[in-house]
Design a protein around this ligand. Sequence first.
Ligand SMILES: *[C@@H]1O[C@H](CO)[C@@H](O)[C@H](O)[C@H]1NC(C)=O
Ligand SMILES: *[C@@H]1O[C@H](CO)[C@@H](O)[C@H](O)[C@H]1NC(C)=O
Ligand SMILES: *[C@@H]1O[C@H](CO)[C@@H](O)[C@H](O)[C@H]1NC(C)=O
Ligand SMILES: *[C@@H]1O[C@H](CO)[C@@H](O)[C@H](O)[C@H]1NC(C)=O
Ligand SMILES: *[C@@H]1O[C@H](CO)[C@@H](O)[C@H](O)[C@H]1NC(C)=O
Length: 481
Amino acid sequence: MAFRRTARRMRWLGCHRLGTVWKALLVFVVIAFVGQLLGFFNKSWMQTERQRSVFAVSSEEAQSSALGSCKPHTHVMFLKTHKTASSTVLNMLYRFGEERGLRFALPLGYQFGYPLPFNAHRVKGYRGLFASEFHIMGNHMRFNRPEVEKVMPADTFYFSILRDPVALAESSYAYYKAVAPAFKRAKGLGDFANDPGRYYEPRMRNNHYARNLLWFDFGLDHNANYSAQLARSGEEAVRRSFSLILISEYFDQSMVLLRHALCWPLDAVVSFSLNARQQKPAAGVGWVGKSNPNAAFMLTEEQRQSLREWNALDWHLYQAFNHTFWKEVERFGMARMEKEVALLRIRREVLARACLRDGGKPVEASRIRDKTIRPFQSGLVKILGYELQPGLDNTTRQACLRMIRPEIQYKDLLDASQFPKAQPVPRVLVGSGSSVRRNSSAVRTGEKLVGSSVDRDWDRSRLVPNLSLSLRGVERKQRQR
Ligand SMILES: *[C@@H]1O[C@H](CO)[C@@H](O)[C@H](O)[C@H]1NC(C)=O
Ligand SMILES: *[C@@H]1O[C@H](CO)[C@@H](O)[C@H](O)[C@H]1NC(C)=O
Ligand SMILES: *[C@@H]1O[C@H](CO)[C@@H](O)[C@H](O)[C@H]1NC(C)=O
Ligand SMILES: *[C@@H]1O[C@H](CO)[C@@H](O)[C@H](O)[C@H]1NC(C)=O
Ligand SMILES: *[C@@H]1O[C@H](CO)[C@@H](O)[C@H](O)[C@H]1NC(C)=O
């Protein structure tokens, strides 16, 4: 478009009469512009650009060329569903907000009282209706619209992300085997899938990880028996609250739709997969991203089908919103989508090469030298992270660091900048008793606590699968703070 405008302007100036010299010049200008847009001409490729960071490709430039003159949304609520690549999305929100000095609605610990339904008083610094402005909210919660509305402004853009329930079950099993009683009792996910009812007790704490987890996160009853009517009413409830539902399996297309819905620059939605888990050695593959369609490779087709039936409410949500997603893509334009996805992938490559050591191969946390960027470990599998390219200039280093800073450390950082005088005393988290006080230095370095027989979630909020732990008591403890 800018090209056409340039061409038109040149025609007005009568340049077309000047012939091939001008045409050649014009072609050069266009190539340079596109190159800039994609960040081709970074310092190593073009000496005259030595001072420019790879991020100096103005986001405004990239944005105006693709988005026209819309105004970026700065009131955003992301329902961070579990095991859906949502950490990667949260990282984008953190980056976007941090770069622009926006205020985050942050939890006291690392989640908003999950798995209890969200309550406005879980937000750090919340002082009652409209007492303070929050721009972005995106940490784990069990959705509860009326309470969220007490915190977020009326013009907030709500969105979330879904994943195929079979792949989600595989990921959930790997991550929550030790805390969800239903998973703990099964010998493997296949075993669980063969007869879920045998292992599952509806009222047991943390069993929501084993059945209709998405449905649960949206605030709905995950133990309800499936009926077409119930499934549709849940779907409608989600539609009423959320303007956009992304799909993990189509992550890049999701990012394109998101960026257009929010009117955000391209770089805001370019990411490296965070919180990815390492494939078990037996699988013979290095690692899997979150949207790997083969994630549930160990299951038979019968077992996969069984998991769909077991998670019938989630399966309904997934199919319904997958359908809506692709209708959105159609409205957006298939060809246009392909073009933008290609652009996004090129940009990711460019940034990975600029930012990450070894071209961006994810590495085990223990091998990451800088402890402040080690991802927290939990569950049966290793969570991978990245290392920064050595020798980056300050600006580039900061921008790169934002893209790979793990969730826990990032939240601590934002928290510290929003509440500069906050007491550095470790807090007791949701669901924890005095015996499980947070050792913040251990959390920060992302190290698994050695010698601990209790499996801890990354925020250590669901530590003891102790059924006698009263939720009410936990609530009260939280309120006192
Ligand atoms: C769901 O169905 C099962 C088996 O048919 C039944 O035992 C259970 O009571 C039902 N649950 C509800 C909440 O209706
Ligand atoms: C999601 O939608 C795409 C495009 O219509 C389709 O190819 C795919 O099979 C759908 N997936 C599910 C699980 O319905
Ligand atoms: C880079 O940033 C750090 C911390 O912000 C600062 O101390 C240092 O002086 C900076 N270095 C250069 C070369 O700008
Ligand atoms: C917290 O963990 C660090 C490192 O693992 C250790 O040195 C420190 O003593 C621990 N503090 C408490 C209070 O347990
Ligand atoms: C569960 O917690 C209660 C109260 O904190 C405690 O008395 C009990 O021993 C715990 N049970 C297990 C199995 O840890």
